[in-house]
Design a protein around this ligand. Structure first.
Ligand code: MN
Length: 248
């Protein structure tokens, strides 16, 4: 019995420069995912698809946020193991970082106080929330550039063009157990959730993202528009957006 009904939209595009799309996405309530794969020889595509496949198994619609987070953690660990197996099958001498992927996932759960989004993040794909107060960036990038920003060594303007801006510091496909950040967000009718890859957030700024999310009522149209604007801005990377609205 799920009291919350969602409207979701999802779009991905290879962009204008890359030859293959290594992003993968899932818009299958109660689970939403954007994963941005990394690695040559199709390794990135495989890793992002594995992440989506494992997260698709999470069934969290009726569970509370703690159980949902535990289920997500379990799915990420399973994906990590499969990515390592894949690297070994490919004959990689060093299966760590042969293929990897960022993950930003949102799972709808139900706590005593009502429905909540449980968001997990590894890497530099992002979760944003649009409320009546405006756009809020929920996730904090696990990236070299974010660390430099936090240390006060570069400005946001320098971050946007930094040569290492695509280098992530946490992802699936590395050593050890994945350690995502978790966030718990309200799932209310006046709240819109966006998950996107850096092919969106690296091509258009937060003001443009806020404008599209505020102006385009239908979630599929909003996802389409975000990807279209990223392509118009140059399309230098694979671009993926998943937008979800809670229906009244
Ligand atoms: Mn990317």
């Amino acid at each position: 019995m799920d009291p919350v009904e969602l409207a979701v939209g999802a779009t991905t595009d290879v962009g204008r420069v890359r030859e293959i799309n290594q992003d993968a996405q899932l818009a299958a309530p109660p689970v939403l995912v954007v994963a941005d794969g990394m690695g040559g020889h199709h390794g990135g595509e495989v890793a992002s698809r594995i992440a989506v496949e494992e997260l698709e198994r999470v069934e969290a619609g009726g569970s509370d946020s703690r159980a949902a987070a535990a289920a997500v953690q379990e799915a990420l660990a399973a994906a990590q193991a499969r990515i390592a197996d894949y690297a070994a099958e490919q004959g990689s001498k060093d299966p760590v970082w042969y293929a990897g992927t960022t993950v930003v996932a949102a799972v709808l759960a139900t706590d005593d106080a009502g429905p909540v989004w449980v968001v997990a993040n590894l890497g530099d794909s992002r979760a944003y929330l649009l409320t009546e107060e405006g756009l809020r960036r929920v996730s904090v990038d696990h990236s070299v550039v974010q660390e430099l920003l936090d240390a006060g060594r570069i400005t946001p303007a320098q971050a946007a063009v930094h040569p290492e801006r695509h280098v992530v510091t946490r992802a699936l496909g590395g050593p050890g157990v994945p350690e995502p950040d978790f966030f718990r967000l309200p799932a209310a009718p006046d709240v819109r959730l966006l998950l996107c890859s850096d092919g969106i957030s690296g091509m258009i700024d937060d003001a443009a993202i806020a404008r599209v999310l505020a102006e385009v009522p239908d979630p599929q149209d909003a996802a389409d528009r975000l990807v279209a604007e990223a392509l118009e801005a140059g399309g230098l990377d694979n671009a993926t957006a998943v937008v979800a609205d809670v229906l009244p």
